[in-house]
Design a protein around this ligand. Structure first.
Ligand code: ADE
Ligand code: ZN
Length: 326
C-alpha cells in the first residue's frame, strides 16, 4: 500500500494548530524546572497518563494547566520552534498557528512576551527550515466580550505580527454572536477571521459564525452534515473546514475514527482540510492525522490530492509565500 507514504510525502499546509497544544509533556517538565515551578504530576509518564478525555471541556482543563509553565519570551519561542521543526518533517510548507493570549495575560504574562516569542520562532523557521508560518490570535469564548476587547487593545501595537483572529475554547453555551462586535472591529482592522464552530456545537453556530462574524473559514465544522442547506452553503462559497480527525476521536465527537465524516464532507464538495489541533494531547501530528483517518475510513489518493489542494487554497499565505509553492 503506497498511500501512507504518499500522504506523508505530500506537500501540505496546516491551518488548525493551537501552539499551546503542541507542548509535549517533556517540554512542560523542562519549562517547569527552568522556571522554578512545581507541577501537580510526579513525572512525564504521570502527566501523559492523565490524557484521557471524554469531551472538549475535560481536555481544556488539562490543556490550560499545561500552558501555565509558559512565562518568558524564550518559553514561547522554544514551544513554537519545536512545533515548526516537527511540521517541516511532515512536509508542511506553510502553517498558521493559533495562540490563546488570555491564558497567559490572565497569569500576568505580557502580550508582547507572548507574541514576540512566537513571532521570532516563525521568522527563524522561515530561514532555517524554509517553512512559512504566521500567527492567528484566538479569543477564548468562555470569557466575556469585554475581555476580548481588552485583549485586542493589548495586541494593537503588535498587529503587524498576526494575520488574523479566531475563536476557541468551550463551545456549548458560547455562540459566535457573543463576539459579533469584536469581530466587526477586527474586520475593520483588515484582519482575517476564523472561528471554531460545529465541533460539539450545533449547525446554528456555523451559520452565525458565517453570517454574524463573517468568518472566512470554519474550524472543525463536522456537525454541518446534520444540515443540508448549510452543506450547500459551505460547498457553494468554498468555505474551508479545518478538520482534525484525531482530536475528534480523542474528544469523543465520533465514537470511533472509522465513523469520521471527512469522506462525506469531501464527497459533498466541501473544502475540507486535515489538521492536528493539539498534537501533543491527541496522539499525533498532521501526518498521523492523515494516515490514521485514511486507514480507518478508506479514503483514496484522489481525496489526498483534494485535501492538500484545499489546504493551500484556504490559507492566508502572502503572495510571496505562495510563489514558493508554485
Ligand atoms: N483550544 C484548543 N483546542 C481546542 C479545540 N479543539 N476546540 C476548542 N478550543 C480549543
Ligand atoms: Zn482547535
Amino acid at each position: 500500500d503506497r498511500l501512507p507514504g504518499l500522504l506523508r510525502a505530500m506537500p501540505k499546509a496546516e491551518l488548525h494548530i493551537h501552539i499551546e497544544g503542541s507542548l509535549e509533556p517533556e517540554l512542560i517538565f523542562a519549562l517547569a524546572q527552568r522556571n522554578g515551578l512545581t507541577l501537580p504530576y510526579a513525572s512525564v509518564e504521570a502527566l501523559r497518563s492523565a490524557y484521557a478525555f471524554t469531551n472538549l471541556q475535560s481536555f481544556l482543563d488539562i490543556y490550560y494547566a499545561g500552558a501555565s509553565v509558559l512565562l518568558h519570551e524564550q518559553d514561547f519561542y522554544d514551544m513554537a520552534r519545536a512545533y515548526l521543526g516537527r511540521a517541516a518533517r511532515d512536509n508542511v510548507l506553510h502553517a498558521e498557528l493559533f495562540f490563546d493570549p488570555q491564558t497567559h495575560t490572565a497569569r500576568g504574562v505580557a502580550m508582547e512576551t507572548v507574541i514576540n516569542g512566537l513571532h521570532r520562532a516563525c521568522q527563524d523557521a522561515r530561514t532555517e527550515l524554509g517553512i512559512s508560518a504566521t500567527l492567528i490570535l484566538c479569543f477564548l469564548r468562555h470569557l466575556s466580550e469585554e475581555s476580548a476587547f481588552e485583549t485586542l487593545e493589548q495586541a494593537m501595537p503588535l498587529l503587524d505580527k498576526i494575520v488574523g483572529v479566531g475563536l476557541d475554547s468551550s463551545e456549548l453555551g458560547h455562540p459566535p454572536e457573543k463576539f459579533a462586535r469584536v469581530f466587526a472591529r477586527c474586520r475593520e482592522l483588515g484582519l482575517h477571521l476564523v472561528a471554531h464552530a460545529g465541533e460539539e456545537g450545533p449547525p446554528a453556530y456555523i451559520w452565525s459564525a458565517l453570517d454574524v462574524l463573517k468568518v472566512e473559514r470554519i474550524d472543525h465544522g463536522v456537525q454541518a452534515v446534520h444540515d443540508a442547506a448549510l452543506m450547500q452553503r459551505l460547498a457553494q462559497d468554498r468555505i474551508a473546514l479545518t478538520v482534525c480527525p484525531l482530536s475528534n476521536q480523542k474528544l469523543c465527537v465520533f465514537p470511533d475514527l472509522a465513523d469520521h465524516n471527512l469522506g462525506k464532507l469531501l464527497d459533498a464538495g466541501l473544502a475540507a482540510t486535515v489538521n492536528s489541533d493539539d498534537p501533543a494531547y491527541f496522539g499525533g501530528y498532521i501526518n498521523e492525522n492523515f494516515t490514521q483517518v485514511f486507514a480507518a475510513t478508506g479514503l483514496t489518493a484522489k481525496h489526498a490530492y483534494q485535501l492538500a489542494f484545499n489546504s493551500f487554497e484556504a490559507s492566508f499565505a502572502s503572495n510571496a509565500d505562495k510563489r514558493v509553492w508554485e
